[in-house]
Every structure is written in C-alpha cells, then in structure tokens.
Design a protein around this ligand. Structure first.
Ligand SMILES: Cc1cc2nc3c(=O)[nH]c(=O)nc-3n(C[C@H](O)[C@H](O)[C@H](O)COP(=O)(O)OP(=O)(O)OC[C@H]3O[C@@H](n4cnc5c(N)ncnc54)[C@H](O)[C@@H]3O)c2cc1C
Length: 170
C-alpha cells in the first residue's frame, strides 16, 4: 500500500511516478497467435502521471516513465531489457488525441461517486436517452460506467425496449 501511495503522491506533486504502479499481462502466453513465434507481447497498464498531462504530449517524461516501469520489472526479471525489440508508449495525451478519451480517462469520466448514478454522464441525461428521439447513449460515460462489463449497453437496451413497448401501446 505504501508503494502505491507513493506512486500516486508523485503524480499529485506534478511528476510521473518514480516507481510506478503497474498491472502487467503477457497475453501471448495464453494466445500465441498475437505475437510471432518465440516472441511475446507484454502489456503494462501503469499509473500515475499528473492529470494535466492529457493536454500536452510530455513525450520525454512519458518515455522516462516507461523506462522506470521496465526498470522495476527488470529487478524481478533481469533479462527483460535485453529481450525488448519494440515498445509503444501510450500516454493520456495519446488516448485523448487518438481514441477521443477526454482527459485521457479510460472510463470516459472518472468513476467517482459524484459522477455515477443520476450524475452520469450529467444530471438530466442519465436515463440513456438523449434529446434526439431514437438516439441513445450506451458507452462507459453512462451509468454504471467504464469497465469490461457491458452493463451500460444492457441498461440502454432495456430502456430502448421500454420505449418501443410504450410507443406500441400509445
Ligand atoms: C488503456 C485502457 C485500459 C483499460 N483497462 C481496463 C481494465 O483493466 N479493466 C476494465 O474493466 N476496463 C478497462 N478499460 C475500460 C474498458 O475498456 C471500457 O470502459 C469498455 O471497453 C467500454 O465498453 P463499451 O462497450 O462502452 O465501448 P468499447 O469497448 O469502446 O466498444 C465500442 C465499440 O464500438 C465500435 N464502434 C465505434 N464507432 C462505431 C460505428 N460508427 N459503427 C460501428 N461500430 C463502432 C468500436 O470499434 C468498439 O468496438 C480500459 C480502457 C483503456 C483505454
């Protein structure tokens, strides 16, 4: 917990974590088809950098963050560094620019209490309907938010069916 807290505190103080938190997965160990034979893909989902970094590339700092991340893994697997043939570092800025994730937020808005339930995406529009009849929202910016759950889509489908039933009755 101390390690994670320190990593978070770094970002609050305006710099990328000096010893980042990371959720690493080598998916090619269970699905070899995603990498050439004898090679692997290592996905490192890491945190944290300052919230403001979504607005500017901060390329050098982001690359340095990635170096520290790999250094951390190299403490456990010393041969890791020499085994890397290519890397792609995707920052909050990249996610905003390339994927349209505002603020670089992977959930289309933080999953905090003040942005859930009737407040997601905003008060008055939290029932999956929009001002345009027949246009519904079903992405992770709607309740209950992001994550690989499919629940916003399920909820939106429920409301669509409800509206269709109502229209048939009317
Ligand atoms: C880097 C990153 C890491 C993440 N890590 C996690 C994690 O560890 N755990 C977790 O639970 N969540 C994680 N998430 C969040 C999670 O991936 C999303 O919240 C979730 O995928 C949202 O689901 P969705 O169905 O709303 O949208 P999406 O999964 O984005 O699906 C939308 C689909 O619609 C398609 N599409 C878009 N426009 C059109 C169109 N015009 N016509 C047809 N199709 C279209 C897109 O190609 C896409 O396949 C992560 C997200 C990111 C970016």
């Amino acid at each position: 917990m101390d390690y994670i807290q320190r990593a978070f505190d770094d970002a609050r103080q305006g710099r990328g974590s000096q010893r980042p938190y990371c959720d690493g997965v080598i998916a090619s160990t269970v699905d070899p088809t995603i990498a050439p034979e004898g090679m692997h893909i290592f996905s490192m989902f890491a945190q944290w950098v300052p919230e403001s970094w979504h607005a500017e590339p901060h390329r050098e700092e982001v690359e340095a963050f990635a170096d520290r991340l790999i250094d951390g893994y190299a403490e456990l697997a010393p041969n890791l560094k020499g085994a890397i043939v290519h890397r792609q570092v995707i920052s909050p800025y990249d996610m905003e620019q390339e994927y349209g994730l505002l603020g670089g937020n992977i959930f289309h808005g933080e999953l905090t209490l003040n942005q859930l339930f009737h407040m997601r995406p905003v008060a008055g529009y939290a029932d999956y309907r929009t001002p345009l009849r027949g246009l519904y929202q079903c992405g992770s910016s709607t309740h209950p938010g992001g994550g690989v759950t499919g629940i916003p889509g399920r909820n939106a489908a429920r409301e669509i069916l409800r509206d269709r039933r109502r229209r048939k009755v009317a």
